[in-house]
Write a protein that binds this ligand. Structure first.
Ligand code: GLC
Length: 842
């Protein structure tokens, strides 16, 4: 077991000390993948036959083709069409996806017309033009009839097995692919977690969840699979979600100047087409289809600290005291794998953590919550012959030397994955030989979820699910797992189909378990791997990054891309996971992450310490400033997070999402926005203290000086280490609260509205609030307050509308400050009594 551990971070050491070797190795690997992608010439595949007849039902049209293929075109909404194809055989009756949250769409009105050459489906928003021979599909804007997206060749499949040789898993199934015309000015966003820049144009990618410590830009695939992207051309956007969990490929005009294609090594050619034209609308529909992110507890927006691993309990306490002594805010501390007995999940090492409940209570008094890591690898531990029965009702606290209660129960219930020949599948992970649960079994998911009482009973507040690609030290590519079978709704399919959804189902089991165990608390789950739909159950972080400037530069495009892929709650190990950082890097890393939803400093076991104070008082003081600012901005961050929950539009955004018509934003990936109102342009290079910032059209205010700018241009700004350039959109009201040591330390009183008027002297905000912890927000346990300001001569009238919702925030004051140019007004403070009113502010 220990060999594996040493082997694993031995790997890290090697990475650090032999940089050149690493680069060469990664390069070689990239070459292999790139060649593989290029080699798939999808023009050689068998094309679907022409349409010979069709049938129409209330919700769909089924096309029957000359080669016995069938295509189902379903109208789910006026802007959402599903294409489902079965090659050379009828569509199967079974139609199931782990990603889909909603199947009961109220069919919108639509019409069907036909002529000699085509069949035309028209909704209020879309026209789907289906040519009969060859079968080609076009999507047009129903209002303008202009083309949005068109097949470049008919849908195709590998009837003759031409691609078998180069398939990762030749037994996976039949390669299926769709090709679309590449627009001359088309840009592509999404595809989830990719170590790549924002605009995916002229690049290609593979989806196959993989444990890739120390990944560099260009490494592909990495941990997650989100086969969803949006295309944007001339301000018109559409989306495609290729819901296929097999190893999949996306090429956005890399191997050809004309073609975008996507395909997979098996499964159905099954995709959803979304029409905008607004990007934000597509993200909303994608969330309707695959699930809206529920709100996590408000404290999840607090600052978090981790380390592989803080132990024993006294060290955990020391880290927390250090945070408090240094006046650094902190909400969460993470327990990495060493809290367990020999990496046995759902156990506590009693020497290191003799009394987890007392520890949690002590930390709770300081406002700190514990999150514990849970890996999928359950130690493979047959019961020792001499073992006595464990009768304890708290087996997690007992010694597991003789028998391990989780392994024993899982084996007895037959919940562990097996190979095709019936043998238990025994990968090697932290505990050495291990087994994985078949999370496609509903009963196994329930059992796994319930096991989390081993944490919640002691006050652990959240669960960090890791290594869920699933990682396997025997072979990280997944080759060792190809014949592993999962129940999969009775299909008994192999890893080829189930690998990419493993983490989704593990996170689901965890989330649903936490919901049952603590029904009055919102679950907080963090994951490394995932598939589309993961946002329903978990927040995520970008895995094992390096402590380098290159890795930091990837933060912004990775976070914004994840946001554009339906995953709003993202972040990365602040300052990088592997290797040794320095004060400058750590400060600049916080200047990116202090506004990311997930803000957690974390470090590998043998990496140089990375807590905010490790590089001296100067750097620490800057980090303190930004962490405090994060807490002051919580009313703003939470309002924007709720928007992400409700609308699918992420908090951490690329500028293109707010300004899709502005070509200057289309590949801008060293700036980001929080919501609609705050533009942030961090420095992500060493020794740099000035930078260019692009401000889109409109009025902008420097956050630090309130200096007013007219946008639509690049400006050159000073950005010494103490400063991250930030600009507020004219027309915005940014709500802020007092400095806090942790969420809930004291009431948000006064709640300050910082008002930044637009050209006409107007600004507005709808503030969102709730109790921050319970699921009551899903009914009417929230409060929305609309504040609007308008200029009256030299003064401003600020109107507070009657709040909506049942949540009562308690007595407090509202303060209003005008920030119109260099003259910052005086704050006007009033009691918030919940009544509508108008206040005069200068
Ligand atoms: C994986 C995780 C990392 C964690 C380590 C030990 O490498 O990505 O965050 O510290 O495992 O659990």
């Amino acid at each position: 077991m220990f060999d594996q551990l040493v082997g694993y971070h031995g790997q890290f050491r090697l990475l650090r000390h032999r940089r050149t070797a690493r680069k060469a190795w990664v390069f070689a690997l990239l070459l292999v993948f790139t060649t593989a992608v290029y080699a798939q010439d999808i023009t050689q595949l068998e094309k679907i036959g022409p349409i010979v007849s069709f049938t129409r039902s209330e919700k769909a049209v089924v096309l029957n083709c000359a080669d016995k293929s069938q295509v189902q075109v379903s109208v789910l909404a006026a802007d959402l069409i599903r294409i489902r194809t079965s090659f050379a055989k009828p569509l199967p009756a079974k139609d199931h996806s782990w990603a889909i949250a909603r199947t009961n769409w109220a069919t919108p009105r639509w019409t069907l017309t036909e002529d000699q050459t085509s069949i035309l489906i028209t909704t209020d928003e879309l026209e789907v033009v289906i040519r009969r021979s060859p079968l080609l599909i076009q999507f047009r804007d129903a209002r303008t009839h202009s083309l949005i997206n068109a097949d470049e060749q008919p849908m195709a499949y590998d009837a003759k097995g031409l691609l078998k040789e180069m398939m990762f898993d030749s037994k996976a199934g039949t390669f299926v692919a769709a090709a679309k015309r590449l627009g001359f000015a088309e840009h592509f966003y999404g595809l989830g977690e990719k170590a790549a820049r924002l605009d995916k144009r002229r690049s290609s990618f593979v989806n196959w969840n993989s444990d890739t410590p120390g990944y560099l830009e260009g490494r592909d695939p990495i941990y997650q699979t989100i086969p969803f992207y949006t295309g944007l051309q001339n301000g018109i956007a559409y989306g495609i979600f290729f819901d296929n969990s097999y190893r999949s490929y996306f090429d956005f005009g890399k191997s050809s100047q004309q073609r975008v294609w996507f395909g997979a090594e098996g499964g159905e050619l099954n995709y959803y087409f979304f029409f905008g034209p607004a990007l934000k609308k597509i993200l909303g529909r994608y969330a309707d289809l695959t699930g809206h992110m529920p709100l996590p507890p408000l404290w999840a927006l607090g600052n978090q600290q981790s380390r592989w691993s803080y132990y024993p309990d006294t060290m955990v306490e020391e880290v927390v005291s250090e945070y408090r002594r240094r006046d650094l805010p902190l909400d969460v501390l993470h327990l990495d794998i060493d809290y367990m007995q020999g990496y046995r999940v759902f156990t506590w090492d009693r020497e290191r953590f003799p009394n987890p409940k007392a520890l949690n209570e002590k930390l709770a008094r300081q406002g700190v919550k514990l999150v514990a890591i849970v890996d999928p690898g359950v130690k493979h531990q047959p019961v020792a012959k001499s073992a006595a029965q464990i009768t304890s009702v708290t087996p997690e606290l007992e010694s597991q030397q003789q028998r391990y209660y989780v392994y024993e129960a899982g084996l007895e219930k037959n919940y562990f994955q097996r190979r095709q020949n019936g043998d238990l599948f025994v990968p090697r992970v932290w505990p050495g030989e291990s087994v994985f649960v078949d999370y496609t079994l509903p009963a196994a998911r329930e059992w796994w979820g319930n096991l989390h009482r081993a944490y919640t009973d002691y006050g652990v507040a959240g669960i960090w699910t890791d290594m869920n690609e699933p990682a396997d030290f025997i072979d990280q590519t997944g080759k060792n797992q190809l014949d592993v079978v999962s129940y999969d709704e009775g299909e008994k399919s192999t890893h080829a189909k189930n690998r990419n959804t493993f983490a989704l189902l593990m996170a689901r089991a965890t989330y649903e378990g936490l919901e049952r165990l603590r029904p009055n608390h919102r679950p907080y789950v963090i994951t490394r791997a995932g598939y589309a739909g993961i946002q329903r159950y978990s927040t995520m972080w970008t895995g094992d990054t390096n402590s380098t400037w290159e890795a930091l530069q990837l933060n912004i495009p990775m976070f914004t891309t994840l946001g554009m892929s339906g995953e709003p709650f993202v972040g990365s190990d602040v300052g990088g996971f592997i290797g040794r950082g320095n004060g400058e890097l750590l400060v600049r890393a916080y200047q990116v992450s202090f506004l990311a939803p997930f803000c957690r400093n974390h470090k590998v076991i043998d990496g140089y310490d990375n807590e905010p104070w490790r590089f001296g008082a100067y750097y620490e003081s800057i980090i303190r400033k930004y962490l405090k600012l994060r807490y002051q901005l919580l009313p703003f961050l939470y309002t924007t997070l709720e928007e992400a929950h409700r609308t699918g539009v992420p908090l951490f955004r690329p500028l293109v999402l707010n300004y899709p018509d502005d070509p200057n934003t289309h590949n801008l990936d060293d700036q980001f926005m929080i919501g609609d109102d705050l533009l942030v342009a961090p420095v992500v290079k060493p020794d740099v203290t000035r930078r260019l910032v692009y401000l889109p059209k409109g009025v902008w205010y420097d956050y630090w000086t309130s200096k007013k700018y007219q946008g639509g241009t690049m400006i050159f700004v000073e950005a010494p280490l103490e400063i991250v350039p930030m600009f507020v959109r004219g027309g915005a009201i940014i709500p802020t609260g007092p400095e806090l040591k942790f969420v809930g330390e004291k009431p948000i009183d006064p709640l300050t509205f910082n008002i930044y008027p637009d050209d006409k002297g107007a600004a507005s905000l709808t503030l969102y609030e709730d109790d921050g912890i319970s699921p009551a927000y899903k009914q009417d346990g929230f409060r929305r307050t609309t504040i609007s300001a308008r200029r009256i001569g030299a003064l401003y009238d600020v109107t507070v509308a009657a709040p909506a919702g049942k949540y009562q925030p308690g007595t407090r004051r509202f303060a209003f400050i005008m920030k119109s140019g260099l003259r910052v007004g005086r704050a006007v403070t009033v009691a918030d009594d919940g009544s509508p009113r108008t206040i005069r502010v200068n």
